[in-house]
Design a protein around this ligand. Structure first.
Ligand code: SF4
Length: 337
């Protein structure tokens, strides 16, 4: 009798670090993968040199083949529109420099300290408000977190720490543990917030190690993810978000209102509804920070407010994000409505 061959085990997805290294970094390669080679003339090599393209293949897989107007593609492709110098668009639109109180620590609002944990991101979003930030000279992880920890420990008014960046979940889990072990020794901390796009763009980052780390944290944890369009969600993202929820995290989404990506009532409603299906409530809809190279994404305030009103008329209140703008020196995000 001939033995039946044993079934092969299913192919495991490569681990997230492999996927990270395997990200697409060449704009022309990205267009070729999407069958859009004919659009290469619109690429700006200057913009790509200043802020390189980077996009995980898991995110590319959610872009529509052959659609140059795809809302996910538009968020990552360096186009010649970025080369335009537009008055009023600078390199520090939200006043990060003035808010710096220690190496990698920004304090803008009462009770909160934001740690620029790292400069790395899995994806480079063309509209990013920190695309000109000097990460090389200023991340909190440098020097084993010492300056950042000392600053937070010295200020008893700080009860919430925000991990931001860059993307804090781009740090290896042992590095995150090193940070939170040190923070846990500061008695006045009550909450931890994590701002991250990784569960959306590279959902395999939410692995067993990360979930175990979250579970063990001594504070209530809020994870604020960042998705701008319903098409950014898929089954793998849903699973990653479910794991974060199971680990005890509250999940919120912040989005940026972006021309050509989500500037319609239909797109915004679909984003809120799709996020809710994945267990994420909308938090903020940000007006674009006026950063050099991003003017082509701007939606003017009159239209933004009209879109927001229409959204509020269509959806349940808890599905309507707050429309806000961040301005240097303000005591909080400024609501537009
Ligand atoms: S993930 Fe966030 S910090 Fe990183 S490029 Fe995108 S918007 Fe900027």
């Amino acid at each position: 009798m001939i033995a039946e061959p044993l079934p092969l085990p299913p192919l495991a997805a490569p681990d997230w670090r492999h996927q990270w290294r395997d990200a697409v970094r060449d704009p022309r390669q990205l267009l070729a993968l999407l069958g859009l080679d004919a659009h290469a003339a619109r690429i700006s090599d200057a913009a790509a040199a200043q802020f390189p393209l980077r996009v995980p293949r898991a995110f590319v897989a959610r872009m529509r083949h052959g659609d140059a107007a795809d809302p996910l593609l538009r968020q990552v492709l360096p186009l010649d529109e970025e080369d335009r110098i537009v008055p009023g668009f600078g390199i520090d639109a939200v006043g990060d420099t003035a808010a710096r109180t220690a190496h990698g620590v920004l304090q803008k609002y009462r009770g909160r300290a934001l740690l620029v944990a790292t400069g790395s991101c899995a994806v480079h979003c063309r509209y990013c408000f920190r695309r000109h930030f000097d990460y090389a000279g200023d991340t909190a992880a440098a020097g084993g977190w010492a300056q950042a920890i000392a600053r937070i420990a010295d200020d008893p008014t700080i009860d919430e720490v925000l991990l931001s960046g860059g993307d804090p979940l781009s740090l290896a889990t042992p590095k995150l543990t090193e940070l939170t072990d040190a923070l846990a020794r500061i008695p006045h901390l009550k909450r931890l917030r994590i701002h991250t796009r990784l569960p959306i763009v590279l959902p395999d980052r939410v692995d067993d190690g990360l979930v175990a780390w979250l579970h063990a944290l001594p504070w209530p944890v809020t994870v604020v993810v960042h998705a701008n369009h319903a098409n950014e969600f898929d089954g793998a993202v849903d699973a990653a978000l479910a794991r974060l929820r199971d680990a005890g995290a509250m999940l919120l989404n912040q989005a940026v209102l972006l021309r050509g990506v989500n500037d319609s009532v239909d797109a915004l409603a679909a984003l809120s509804e799709r996020g809710h299906r994945a267990g994420v409530l909308p938090y903020y809809l940000h007006q674009l920070d006026r950063v050099q190279g991003t003017a082509h994404f701007e939606v003017d305030d009159t239209r933004a407010i009209a879109l927001h009103r229409a959204l509020a008329a269509r959806l349940s209140g808890y599905l309507v994000p707050r429309l806000v703008r961040e301005l240097p020196g303000d005591p909080g995000k400024r609501p537009l409505v």
